[in-house]
Design a protein around this ligand. Sequence first.
Ligand code: DGJ
Length: 755
Amino acid sequence: MTHPRTARADRGRLATSLDWDPSDRQLHLHNGQVSLVLRVFEDGTLGQLHLGAPLPAGRSYRHLGPNPFPGFANRVGSPVPLAYATSGTGDFRVPALVAATADGATSLSLRYRDHRITAGKPAPEGLPSTYVEGPSEAKTLEITLVDEPAGIEVDLRFSMFDGRPLIARSALIRNVGAAPIDLRCAMSLSLDLPDADWHMVGLAGSWARERHVTDRALVPGRQSVSSVRGASSHEHNPFVALRRASTDEAHGEAYGFSLVYSGNFLAEVEVEPYGTARVRLGIEPSTFSWRLEPGATFPVPEAIVAYSATGLGSLSDAFHELFRDRLARGRWRDRPRPIVINNWEATYFGFDADRLVEIATTARDLGVELFVLDDGWFGARDDDTTSLGDWFVDRRKLPDGLDGLARRITELGMGFGLWIEPEMISQRSRLFEAHPDWAIGIPGRPRTESRHQLVLDMTRPEVVDHLTMVLTDVLSSAPIAYVKSDMNRNITEPFSPSLPPDRQGEFFHRYILGTYELYGRLTERFPEILFESCAGGGGRFDPGLLAFAPQAWTSDDTDAVERLSIQWGTSLAYPPSSMAAHVAAVPNHQVGRISSLSTRAAVAFFGVFGYELNPTVLEEEERAEIADQIRFYRAHRELFQRGRFVRLESPFEGDGNRVAWMSVAGDGRQAVAGLYQVLSRADPGPSRLRLRGLDPDAVYRVTTWPAYDDSLARANAGERSGAELMAAGLVLDAERWEIAVRGDFWARLFVLDAV
Ligand code: DGJ
């Protein structure tokens, strides 16, 4: 019997190929996992007949398009499936591309000119993207569409990765005319599906409540999620999925759509009157315009579309593997990530070097590997009203400088990490005194503060150059192994004096390009530093930043129960290797809840683990417990960080009281399942927890963590076949008195080792 993991690797050997049938003018790109069928219609427009389940090669799919082909001339408004839709010429659905030509007209009609197939995958210029390590990993179909009277050419790119059920889409828009063109909407993806019997799944929330799963049946009209905050945001994520009503984690059809972008985005589905659905994903058009001068090009961000016939779980597998292995880059991509302790919730702004070293020393003795100095080390920052932008050390707190502190930490045998917030400026700062015009705002009008801070104008090259210089100095000044790069507010009064009035619509996109430029420079100059992105927790947890920083601070909410929802939702698109998850003090600083140390760890283990508390004030017993947690995590680090994450019981279904998930090692020889119960209920009766993703033929020894000798441990102790664990499940019976002892916020891990 082939092991599931091996089976996936085998499928990986099916190379991507393109069939081009010149008589039918049909292009079929396929890799055995997914098929894309495009056809040049009779009027020259590029139709998209199919994207999804793999279809046999060498056949005509012409009949999947409108037949006989009516175009829009015959019946305006008919739902012709198009690869890159425009407006004004008979298609009244939401467009992919809107551009105003010199005469002010906005009607476009793109016609096929030619196409090419190349080995490998190009990167959209100046933008983060997924990549290949060699040309044999993917093939890219590039199709040029033209609107000659408008002077616009579009290179549509479809990159298909061998062995992955997904496609990366991007486009390069070119002005080949003699006059400037104003882009008003330039989507990364537009996909017409033949029916609308889907549920739209999204990740919504707010600060400290990020990426909760939303799920609604599509209805006629437009439904969307978006951000206009200048960041991908806490509120919505540039990821949506479509699932059939019957699709669950392990069965049924689903599509996933993800935008490799960190700024304003729109993900929208329109159900039109004949019951078809159009999906579009890209830069949010109401806060975007772009002047394209003659000869200039505009690359749109990359979008990823994944298809699954076997549930949301397989969809997540595809995104996890791609984002972990071919979006994240650099030396830390594949390395085990260190267990950190962060001083933020331990001290906030109130620390000095000795206090930090005391925390670090205690943490080191428990097994923690890296100490992170958070906010408050620079300028004169004793609270959040001052000093952002003044990236020089506060010698009142750290008399021997960053270097002095970092050396004391590294002498303990720990790595030293540092918090920065490059894009921000405080009004009370030397930087603001010197460059008040570098803060975003509209001259002559008040600026809106948030967390007492303003945002630097990252559209300006001199600002990015300045930040590169000062942060290069900071990062070179001490042995720094890790950087947490934060961003704590959204953008108001979007305006840059460096842009002419008719180009202010470029502001938000240019802001993100400037941010990427800075991230790119710093990560290239300091390849040994592990970068973690952050935005007041998970306010910019998106594929754009994951291309620079392989992990992100998942949420400021460190409460174990809250984290069940946040980590579950995040895992729809993002792998555990990207999710920083820490054990924090109780009562929890965000919700006041008191949960046990072991429950907090049992949740945080399923990510990049660490601590966010002061170990010096804990009882001896608690410290011993932490030492045990760290031993356990170290022994299973590879599994937790790089294993296959399988969602079992959702916090978003039923009453959400019982939650379960698991990590399965790449070779299937080891797994850890986490079971969580929010509130205790009297006499719940016996139940089971059916596992997934195991090798059915393997026999696993089952133990529990923490290793209590109770009926739960005894009922499951011993050896069980993978087949039994998946079909019958773990046995969750417990004595009544044991249920009472557990109380609320209870968790237990089941450790499975193949014998
Ligand atoms: C927001 C982050 O999410 C926190 O972890 C902490 O770094 C603070 N900012 C510091 O200001």
